[in-house]
Design a protein around this ligand. Structure first.
Ligand SMILES: NC(=O)c1ccc[n+]([C@@H]2O[C@H](COP(=O)([O-])OP(=O)(O)OC[C@H]3O[C@@H](n4cnc5c(N)ncnc54)[C@H](OP(=O)(O)O)[C@@H]3O)[C@@H](O)[C@H]2O)c1
Length: 244
């Protein structure tokens, strides 16, 4: 099939559900890409298993979100940049009461981040750092000095996934998107706070021992999700699954 989905079509296909009743009810979706044999990266990066169509879906999901939640290792390895304002989505974002671009929220215990990166020096909206109450005070101070908003979402060093989701919603970020990585996504799955998975199936085989899209200890009973939609472009499948 040679159908190219337009940004408008993708935005409609991936619209966040109404979570209802004026309450700040969060909706957390993940967007991940995997090869046919389950690899979530190749040689440390997801770009080799992605495609132009996948990047359009990726960009659309970012443009629909209030906040993009990401693990610190993905920030370090993928050279994360702040979300950008895109003219194609400006009117829709304004109508939805959203700022020009989503905030990036980094989950980290150690705050071992390069605060001279654009993520901190030139975001359109301040980058959020989600960490534990026991995070090193000097790193917290450095993050705040760099312009980040530090939010405590856990008692020790670590972040409690459910508390993080709630804390972001309390900041007004109810349309939540996580881009992993696998260690973070595994915890979101285990804590049962993931509402939706947007999974790109990349028509590639890579063998090897790359991570799957979600890692960490397995859950006792596999969580059941239902298929909401399935698009195809250039052999890539764009699935959208919702928690049953
Ligand atoms: N296929 C895809 O769609 C996709 C998407 C994203 C990433 N990736 C790939 O995945 C790899 C990176 O993923 P990863 O699984 O190794 O790492 P990750 O999940 O991105 O980040 C792990 C880091 O996040 C922080 N963290 C996670 N859970 C935490 C918690 N509960 N409390 C506090 N901090 C927490 C820790 O940061 P600190 O060490 O700073 O404390 C931890 O080292 C890269 O190769 C990337 O290319 C693939």
């Amino acid at each position: 099939m040679n159908r190219e989905w337009s940004l408008a079509e993708l935005a409609a296909a991936y619209a966040y559900p109404e979570t209802g009743s004026g309450a700040r009810q969060p909706w957390l979706r993940a967007n991940m890409v995997s090869t046919l044999d389950g690899a979530a990266q190749h040689q440390g990066h997801s770009q080799p298993i992605s495609s132009a169509a996948d990047m359009r879906v990726f960009g659309t999901l970012r443009a629909l979100a209030d906040v993009i939640v990401v693990g610190a290792e993905t920030v370090r390895q993928e050279g994360y940049r702040p979300a950008r304002a895109r003219a194609e989505f400006a009117a829709a974002r304004q109508a939805a009461g959203q700022g020009p671009a989503a905030a990036i929220a980094i989950v980290t215990a150690g705050l071992d981040l390069d605060f001279s990166l654009p993520l901190f020096t030139s975001p359109l909206v301040p980058t959020v750092i989600l960490t534990g109450a026991a995070a090193a005070p000097d790193r917290v101070a450095a993050a705040e000095k760099a312009g980040a908003r530090v939010v405590v979402a856990g008692e020790g060093m670590g972040v409690d996934p459910a508390r993080a989701v709630r804390a972001l919603a309390d900041l007004g970020h109810t349309r939540q998107l996580t881009e992993g990585g696998p260690r973070l996504l595994g915890q979101l799955v285990a804590a049962d706070v993931l509402d939706e998975l947007c999974l790109t199936v990349s028509p590639m085989l890579s063998a090897g021992d790359a991570q799957r899209i979600a890692g960490g200890p397995s859950v006792t009973v596999p969580r059941r999700f239902g298929l909401e939609s399935l698009l195809e472009e250039d052999g890539f499948l764009f699935s959208r699954y919702r928690r049953s």
